[in-house]
Design a protein around this ligand. Sequence first.
Ligand code: HEM
Length: 487
Amino acid sequence: MDFQVALFSLIPVILVCILLFKPKHKNVPPGPHAWPLIGSLPVLFTNTEVPLHVTLTNIAHTHGPIMIIWLGTKPTVVASTAEAAMEILKRNDQVFSGRHIPMSFRLKHHIKYSLVWSDCTDYWKLLRRIARTEIFSPKMLQAQSHVREQKVGELVEYLRSKEGQAVKLTQFVFGTLLNMLGNVVFSRDVFFYSDDDRNKDGIQNLIREMLMVGAEPNIAEFYPILEDLDLQRLKRKCDELFLRVMKLWKGTVNERKEKRNEETKDMLDVLLANDFNDDQINALFLETFGPGSETSSATIEWVMSELIKNPKEMAKVRKELDEVVGTSTMKESHLPQLPYLQACIKEAMRLHPAAPFLLPRRGIEACEVMGYTIPKDCKIIVNAYAIGRDPNSWTDPLTFRPERFLESDVDYHGSHYQFIPFGSGKRICIGMALATRTIPLIVGSLVHTYDWGLPDGKRPEELELKEKLSLSLSIDPSLCVVPKMRA
Ligand code: HEM
C-alpha cells in the first residue's frame, strides 16, 4: 500500500478523531497552524513540486529560528539558524543526544546493536570509542590510504573505456566508495566495474534499495498507533533487504573467524578482537556501508556538478592540481597542499548538504530553548540546508564562491554552527575523517585526469541543478557527463 492510499484509507478515523484531539503542550515554539490530528501535514505536503527541505526553509522565514510542526499527532521541532543549531547541538547537546528512529528501520535484531539509532548508552560509548581509536584512527586511516588510492585508480582507469560516452557518474563513484568501505570493513571489494549484471544482487543495489525504502514517507511516523500494522509494508521490506545484505558477507566473517589475521588490518579484525557477536558485526557493517556511501556519493556528485557549471572555478582547481600533482597520480598526501580543491568541496557542502536535516535527534527530557519549552521525546531537526543559505551568516549565500572558505577559518568540524554538514556535538559524524580524505581524492583525481563535457553539446550554464530529497539530498536527474582524457 503506498503512502497516499494508506492516508486515504484512514480518512474516516481521522474525521472521527478530529473533534476530540488538541495538542496539549504549553509554551511550545511558534509554527504553522496545526489542525487537530492531522497537524500541519497539508502545509508540508500539498505542493509535491517543492521538496521538504525547501518548504521547511520557507516556513521558517515566517515562524522564526525555532519552530514546532505537528506531523499528524507527532511534534517535530526545527532549528533553522546557526544560533538555534548551537542551542540544540552545544548548549543542550546532552538533552538532545537521543535519536529519532524512523519507523521503517525499527528492526529488532538491528536496533539493539545500532550505533546510529541508539541513545548515548554505555554500548554506544564503547562503539564510538572503538571507532575513534581503532577503526577510523589517524593511524588506521593512514595505513589504508594506499588501498583507497588504488580504488580511485581503478575508477579512473575504467572511465577510459567510457571516453566520449555519456555516463551517470554517480553509479561508478558509488561503486568506488563501496569498494573503499569494503576494504575498511573486511579488506574486500564489493563492486565490479562492468556493464553486465554482476552487481545486480550486490551490496550497491541492496543498500540503495534499503535507503530508498527507509526514506519513503511512512504513515506510522505521523500516527505511531499504526506502527505494528506496517500498512505500507516498509518495515517488512527493510527487514528482508537487511537479511539479504547480511548473507553477502556471512562467508567472509565465518572464514575470518576460522583463520584470524595476525595483525589488525580492518574493522572485522577489530570487532573480533573485541569479542563482538554476529548480530553486533552485522549492525556495524550495515551502518558503515549505509551512511558512508550514500552521503559521500551525493557530495561528490554535487561538487562535480558545481565545477562543471562554473568553468572558472574548475580551471582554478585544475591549475592547483597541475602545480601540486603534476604528471603523477594524485595521492592523499597531496591533500594539505590543495586548499582550493578543499574549498570547492566545502562550498558544495554548504549549498547542498548531503544530510540537510542531519540525522534527527530526540529530546530525552523536556527542555527550555530560546524561551520555549521543547517537550520530552520530541523529534528534533536541525535544518543544515537553511543554515548554509542564511543571509545572516553568509554573504551572497546562493552563489558558488569557494574563495569564501579561503578567506575565513570556517570549517566542518562542528564548532562553526553556520556550517555543520557532519553535525556537531556528541553525535557528530563518526566517518568525517574518512569522508574528508575520500571525497577530495576522488574529485581531484577525476578533475586532474579528464575534461568533463555534457551530453548533446549542452553548455555548462545550461546544466540545471534540481534537488531531490530522499535519504540524502541528490541531483534530479542524476548528473550525466562525458569524460575526455586531458591532452
Ligand atoms: C559526505 C559524507 C558524510 C556526511 C555529509 C555525513 C553526515 C552525517 C551527519 C549529519 C550525521 C549526524 C550528526 C549529528 O547528529 O550531529 C552523521 C552521523 C553518522 N555518520 Fe556520517 N556523514 C558522512 C560520511 C560518513 C561515513 C564515510 C561514515 C562511515 C564510514 C559515516 C558514518 C556515520 C555514523 C555511524 C553516524 C552516527 C553517529 C552517531 O549517531 O553517534 N558517515 N553523519
